[in-house]
Write a protein that binds this ligand. Structure first.
Ligand code: DBV
Length: 248
């Protein structure tokens, strides 16, 4: 059992319990990828497994699970709502590299600066955020340009103990996901045409940022090459733009 396997399994189970999940098509070649890195004694198999579902209110839930031994474990777990809801994105980036653990969990707002939006989608998460921040202190520097995409409840931490990942981070992940599914349950469709345009624009802004700045790009390129990596990022991990252009 690897470090993030329980997050993946529990995460999907929590979604299944609350939502009527359908499969979301994963393009050929992306469900599973493997490569060997290093040579001789340092040879290491690195696998990437992808999962994806959709539901009435969720355009795409997808997870990418990268496994390459104890010093390389990554789970990136993101929920993209449908474009006729103003729901935030659920994002978890759970990363273990030779340098240590790096954890980002958030419900990333479409409209960060609107007080009413914050009141609905960030304020209710603050108590949970504060509870976990006591055990999982702020992780320090992160890219300035990422700032507009985070909520005030952004849990960003670099635990020094693996046990903290297995306990506090695991509980935080489940609690954030439960809260998010409460938002999904309550969400009512947006019908105002101007607001719908703003929602789509906010999705595209976010997607373009995440695709362009994907911190995993370097890692994926090293393991699987540039062509596969770009196709995976734009055709699966952050696929909205391709979906919109292919449907018109
Ligand atoms: N990050 C992704 C995807 C990944 C992934 C799709 C499938 O968006 C992994 C894999 N993130 C990943 C890896 C690293 C990070 C780092 C491998 C380490 C990169 C390295 O050190 O070489 C949050 N993730 C980071 C960083 C941030 C985030 C701020 C540090 C980047 C830096 O310092 O430049 N990812 C970022 C974010 C969310 C997220 C805001 C939303 C919750 O998923």
């Amino acid at each position: 059992m690897t470090l993030y396997q329980p997050f993946l399994e529990q995460g999907i189970e929590i979604l299944r319990a609350k939502l009527d999940l359908d499969a979301y098509p994963i393009p050929e070649g992306f469900e599973f990828k493997e490569a060997v890195t290093g040579k001789g004694d340092r040879a290491q198999l690195v696998t990437t497994t992808s999962y994806a579902f959709q539901s009435e209110k969720i355009r795409q839930f997808r997870a990418a699970h990268v496994q390459g031994g104890a010093a390389l474990q990554v789970l990136n777990f993101v929920i993209f709502p449908r474009l006729n809801y103003d729901l935030p994105f659920f994002g978890a980036d759970l990363v273990t590299l030779p340098g240590g653990h790096l954890i980002a969990i958030d419900m990333q707002p479409l409209f960060r600066d609107e007080p009413d939006y914050q009141a609905r989608y960030s304020a209710p998460v603050m108590a949970t955020f504060e509870k976990y921040q006591a055990h999982l202190p702020w992780g320090g520097d992160f890219p300035e340009e990422a700032q507009p995409f985070f909520s005030p409840a952004f849990l960003w931490t670099r635990p020094t103990e693996t046990e903290a990942v297995e306990t506090h981070v695991f509980n935080a992940f489940k609690d954030y996901l439960d809260l998010y599914l409460g938002f999904v349950e309550q969400a009512q469709p947006v019908t105002d045409p101007d607001r719908l345009k703003e929602v789509e624009a906010a999705h595209l802004r976010y997607l373009r940022y995440r695709a362009e700045k994907d911190p995993a790009r370097g890692m994926f390129k090293r393991f699987y090459g540039e062509e596969w990596t770009e196709a995976y990022i734009h055709g699966f991990l952050f696929d909205l733009e391709q979906k919109l252009t292919s449907s018109t």
